[in-house]
Design a protein. Structure first.
Ligand code: ADP
Length: 161
């Protein structure tokens, strides 16, 4: 079966934790759509275009990964695009409750939609985009937290803001 899955998120900015989940999903499925959430009520640090560009650069070695953006309900986007599987990373018990609720809500909205969870890599269970933003804006080294090929762009942007 030719299976396309979707990895949704804010990716503000992409971290090594995100890249780990995307890479593992790309080995398990035929195609992975990485979907950047455009949330007009929130003001992300990186614009939608910047988040997409950073993800494209970070995943350029993965031929079956495509970066897209979406606005509104993920369940609707999946229905329109004919996607039946969401892949998400689970870092800790703290992620679980929210993700569990989201998975059930998405299934109520779109009964064809399944959510699969991959456990975070042991080295990135603590890692989030907000942590990267905070450490970097205070002058800390984020070399171990973001993909090397986009490190300098992320630092430049976070130094400006
Ligand atoms: P955050 O802003 O918390 O970093 P996102 O909304 O961008 O998260 O996350 C998108 C997806 O990536 C979610 O499924 C989330 O659980 C997963 N994810 C985020 N950080 C990590 C990590 N360090 N390890 C594994 N999965 C992660």
């Amino acid at each position: 079966m030719n299976q396309t899955v979707i990895c949704p998120g804010s990716f503000d900015p992409v971290t090594l934790g995100h890249l780990d989940i995307i890479t593992r999903a790309s080995r398990m499925f035929d195609k992975v759509l990485v979907a950047v959430l455009v949330n007009s009520s929130k003001r992300p640090t990186f614009s939608t275009e910047e988040r997409i560009e950073l993800l494209r650069e970070a995943t350029k070695e993965l031929p079956n990964v495509e970066i897209v953006s979406f606005e509104g309900l993920l369940a609707e986007y999946c229905k329109k695009s004919g996607i039946g599987t969401i892949v998400k990373g689970l870092r800790a018990v703290s992620d679980f409750e929210y993700e569990f609720q989201m998975a059930i809500a998405n299934k109520k909205l779109n009964p064809q939609l399944e959510t699969i969870f991959l456990t975070a890599d042991a080295d990135s269970t603590f890692l989030s985009s907000s942590m990267v933003r905070e450490i970097c804006s205070m002058g800390g080294d984020i070399g171990n937290f973001v993909p090397a090929c986009v490190h300098d762009r992320i630092v430049r942007k976070l130094c400006q803001s």
